[in-house]
Design a protein around this ligand. Structure first.
Ligand SMILES: [Zn+2]
Length: 194
């Protein structure tokens, strides 16, 4: 992803991307955000929602790795919380209790409980799943609606970017051939072109 777009995400969501950059040997996100510019908005709105979900609940999502895999977005993350273990145990005990009391299998209780009430972790994980699913319908190069294509090399692209890929053009080799997402969103700036 365009370094300038990555910096936008890091600045907007410093807690989520706290492992970004720094000492290459120790940070999980040493390689940066490894996907196309077209998924910037997907990541942006996902992070926005994550921050809202966390609110003041003493819970924090930390990105470990963000990349493209098999044509879709992968967001690997960790959750830090003071109360996580206790909360989880509490939920587990309740589920076991109901499971035993009502004679209903444990997984059915969990499924039913998730329908009416979700933990914050589950809500966060659902929101991330949603972004990953959306990425499979969003052009990785430009952000317009697209679909998964390809055989050995699977990628998600709109018709126009796909035509360029078919011609052999690649975003990292021929950036001028593809829409400039950063400039479309933020205008030109002095940072220089990628
Ligand atoms: Zn496109």
């Amino acid at each position: 992803m365009d370094e300038r777009l990555q910096q936008k995400l890091v600045k907007r969501y410093p807690e989520i991307f706290r492992d970004y950059g720094g000492d290459m040997r120790y940070t999980c996100m040493a390689w940066g955000i490894e996907c196309g510019d077209g998924w910037f908005e997907l990541l942006n709105s996902m992070c926005h929602d994550i921050v809202k979900l966390c609110g003041d609940k003493d819970i924090q999502v930390i990105a470990h790795q963000v990349k493209e895999k098999f044509g879709g977005l992968r967001f690997y993350f960790g959750i830090e919380s003071k109360y996580t273990i206790l909360n989880r145990l509490d939920v587990k005990i309740r589920n076991l209790f109901f499971s035993h009391k009502l004679g209903i299998p444990y997984w059915k209780i969990v499924k039913f409980r998730r329908k009416i009430w979700k933990t914050i972790e589950e809500k966060i994980s659902d929101r991330i799943d949603q972004a990953e699913i959306e990425s499979e319908k969003t052009c990785e190069a430009c952000g317009k609606p697209g679909k998964m294509r390809g055989g050995n090399w699977v990628y998600t692209a709109c018709d126009s970017c796909d035509a360029k890929y078919t011609e052999g053009k690649r975003r990292w080799k021929h950036p001028e051939e593809f829409p400039n997402v950063y400039e479309q969103l933020f205008g030109e700036d002095s940072y220089g072109k990628l």
